[in-house]
Design a protein around this ligand. Structure first.
Ligand SMILES: [Zn+2]
Length: 472
């Protein structure tokens, strides 16, 4: 029988990573995510992203990635830097997005290390090397093996992989692995990946599966159903109306791939309905611009209702949907936005405002009481975004203390993760009474979900710890 070890995203939300050993000792890595958030320790290690793998990457036979978010894919370049030369299986859209995500992540690694080492040099500390560099990311891209939803591929002898739409971001997948045992029986593992929510209008409902022996399910919002309905959208529309009356600009920190596309979709809808008074929407994020292209390249994966609507109106680019959008990939185009004092919506990275182009827009807009700042995602402790949400009177931006006078709004409903009811529903659909293991969540939230599931299903639900090993 195959064994599965929980190496990441056990009782936490980042660093997704599971190692599977088949009955004939072949190793498959399911996910290779980066830990996110937290502080650097003295070795420059951010939450263990530098700690040695507990397996030898050279000994792996296959790697499977559920979707392109960095907490699921971000350590792939380190895996190849340490000797992995085999295939990286992901859906076609995820394979495309990996290029955007991993090249960006490698660039950030290189830049961050450069800064860190300058700081270290001044304190007489030894320099550190980046976790990985661009050439490692390039190498991963050559090892990609795109697989369409529903297609069945043998990834090692006796193990078949099939991806199903998880409805979270474009290309996101539920992973189904079928293991042929020596006695010719089969065992089925289903890993939910990140399951989508009702807040992502372009994404389909997560695929319902009926058969599994073991299920690993994410539990990010295991404790509640987040608000995502017309009220949230009306709130956003009202903020934009008010901002227009106030005469300044609106800043929206751009979140990871997925959220930004959702927001752009809603802005386009407001525009179509005559509810968007602003004259221009700047998409000032090279990563979001490239991700949009990938979304449109794979538009056949959009949900039926919106796909039909886009086809009917002959919409095949972002500009067709939101004619007032201006995409500004180059630094010069980005800087030109600084001259615009009113009537603009500026979407720029990073989502938690710890760097990226948004901080330049802070310098020009945050201190102005006629401007607005709209957060559409969670702000982690220690980030500039969190300080602003918590009511800081001023924040340090680009080595300058900037007073916060802009009106700050936090819209809670935009998560791309399934809420509690959807998780419970998805887990209840299996006909085969699989063992259920909750992953990718914070402990308190997982315990709430565990309680509800156990009551509904009438059998125990597990919350594995880091390092636990189970039989599939
Ligand atoms: Zn995700």
């Amino acid at each position: 029988m195959a064994l599965l070890s929980f190496l990441g995203a056990a009782r936490q939300v980042t660093g997704s990573c599971y190692l599977i050993e088949t009955h004939d000792k072949k190793l498959i890595l399911l996910e290779c995510g980066m830990q996110q958030g937290g502080n650097h320790n003295d070795n420059g290690d951010e939450n263990g992203n530098r700690s040695p793998f507990t397996f030898n990457p050279e000994h792996l036979s296959a790697v499977v990635i559920s979707h392109a978010h960095i907490d699921h894919s971000g350590l792939l370049p380190r895996l190849v830097a340490e000797g992995y030369r085999g295939p990286v299986y992901a859906t076609d859209a995820t394979s495309d997005l990996l290029e955007v995500m991993l090249m960006d992540a490698a660039h950030i690694q290189e830049k961050d290390t450069e800064w860190e080492n300058r700081w270290r040099a001044r304190r007489g500390k030894r320099a550190i090397a980046p976790i990985y560099v661009t050439s490692d990311a390039v190498r991963v891209l050559k090892q990609r093996r795109p697989v369409a939803y529903g297609e069945c591929v043998q990834i090692v002898p006796g193990v078949e992989l099939r991806f199903h739409d998880a409805g979270h971001i474009i290309g996101s997948a539920i992973v189904e692995l079928t293991f042929k045992e020596p006695n010719n029986s089969t065992r089925k593992l289903v890993f939910s990946g990140d399951l989508g929510s009702t807040c992502s209008p372009l994404m389909r409902t997560p695929t319902v599966l009926k058969k599994a022996d073991v299920v690993l399910m994410e539990s990010t919002y295991g404790d509640r159903d987040h608000r995502c309905n017309e009220d949230t959208l009306d709130e956003l529309a009202d903020i934009l109306q008010q901002a227009y009356k106030d005469g300044g600009n609106v800043m929206i920190p751009a979140f990871s791939v997925g959220r930004t596309q959702d927001i752009l979709f809603h802005l386009g809808r407001f525009y179509q309905e005559g509810r968007l008074p602003q004259q221009v929407v700047f998409l000032d994020s090279p990563m979001a611009i490239r991700a949009n292209q990938i979304y449109f390249n794979h538009h056949e994966q959009f949900d039926e209702e919106h796909l039909t609507m886009l086809r009917k109106r002959n919409i095949s680019t972002l500009e067709d949907w939101l004619p007032i959008v201006r995409q500004t990939p180059s630094p010069d185009e980005s800087m030109a936005i600084n001259r615009i004092k009113s009537g603009a919506i500026i979407i720029a990275g990073s989502g938690m405002c710890n760097g990226g182009r948004i901080v330049h827009h802070f310098k020009h807009n945050l201190w102005r009481s006629d401007c607005h700042l709209v957060f559409t995602g969670f702000q982690a402790r220690g980030t500039t975004g969190r300080a602003i949400v918590d009511g800081a009177e001023s924040v340090k931006v680009l080595r300058e203390q900037i007073v916060v006078r802009a009106k700050v709004h936090t819209l809670g409903g935009f998560s791309a993760h399934a809420g509690q009811s959807r998780l419970v529903q998805w887990a209840s659909e299996f006909d085969t009474h699989p063992e259920i293991y909750l992953v990718h969540g914070e402990m308190e939230k997982m315990e709430i979900l565990q309680g509800i599931l156990e009551k509904k299903l009438g059998r125990p639900v597990q919350i594995p710890e880091h390092g636990d090993r189970i039989a599939i």
